[in-house]
Design a protein around this ligand. Structure first.
Ligand code: C5P
Length: 275
């Protein structure tokens, strides 16, 4: 059985409070993108994770796909069988695109279907939260306003299917843990709950990602990426998540030519279309 975990972008991202548990309260909108990894499970004599595509740094045991498998295997030892798990990585990592979180959440969904566990989305989202703060969103996988650590999710009627979404991914890997250390929490300067009522043309200067300011201080050269996206006619451009990827919304009919000012790649994509 195969599935295709997709990336996300953050429309606005405000870090509003440091919590007692060491995490931070956020206000953001998660928006799913048509950009995918591939994840397949096949019955096997012994469980094993097979990786291909972009090289993943770090321990395989820490891979969220493996953790998701172990989580359900522990809960349902008689139902979840040994599996060959094939993960093909295409979504850039350390970029704020949520690829690792999507892989973990999609593994829960895949096992739920493959093993006929019949867990509903809310139960899967609770399990996903044990894998990481961004994982529950990928269980629902539709535009959502998010609060708390990112797990308090409210679907929002926001449709970007009429736009080209261009990603600019510099070869800069950002550690989420380190990114949060650079932030001084403060109240959100814009109420994202009203974003769907604001024309995309009016987002610039209003809808912000709090991590941009911190990363621009450390790596001022990243500013040139956002400037290039606006210079080429982006209606709105921002860093996603804790970075380092930037996205830009362009009119669907525009012939977009973006030159990456730093080493890295440009990826053309769009909103994830709902089936
Ligand atoms: O939840 P996850 O494991 O993805 O988080 C990785 C790290 O990012 C946490 O250990 C924490 O340092 C930071 N984080 C945070 N507040 C959040 C989400 C993540 O401080 N809401």
């Amino acid at each position: 059985m195969i599935s295709f975990p997709n990336a996300k972008i953050n429309l606005g991202l405000y870090v509003t409070e440091r919590r007692e548990d060491g995490y931070h309260n956020l206000e953001t909108i998660f928006y799913p993108l048509a950009m995918n990894d591939a994840l397949e499970v096949v019955p096997a004599a012994k469980a094993k994770l097979h990786l291909s595509g972009k090289a993943i740094a770090g321990d395989e045991e820490k891979n969220l796909v493996w953790k998701a498998y172990q989580l359900l295997k522990q809960q349902y030892p008689d139902i979840v069988p040994p599996l060959d798990i094939y993960l093909h990585k295409s979504i850039p990592m350390g970029a704020g695109l949520g690829g690792g979180s999507a892989d973990g959440a999609f593994m829960l969904r895949l096992l739920n279907d493959f093993c006929k566990l019949q867990l509903d989305d809310d139960t899967l989202a609770e399990l996903a939260m044990q894998l990481g703060s961004d994982c529950p969103f990928f269980i629902y996988n539709k535009p959502c306003l998010a609060y708390g650590r990112g797990e308090q999710l409210h679907p929002i009627a926001l449709d970007l299917s009429g736009y080209q979404i261009v990603l600019a991914c510099p070869e800069v890997h950002v550690s989420t843990v380190e990114a949060f250390k650079t932030i001084t929490p403060k109240p959100a300067t814009f109420d994202l709950a009203g974003l769907h009522r604001l024309a995309v043309e009016d987002w610039r200067g209003k809808v912000q990602n709090d991590f941009e300011e911190a990363i621009f201080l450390q790596k001022p050269e990243l500013k040139t990426i956002k400037e290039e996206l606006y210079a080429q006619g982006a209606i709105y451009a921002s860093m996603t998540g804790t970075g380092s990827a930037f996205y830009a919304l362009f009119p669907s009919e525009a012939e977009v030519v973006v030159n990456m000012p730093l080493p890295g790649t440009i990826v053309r994509t769009g909103a994830l279309s709902r089936r």
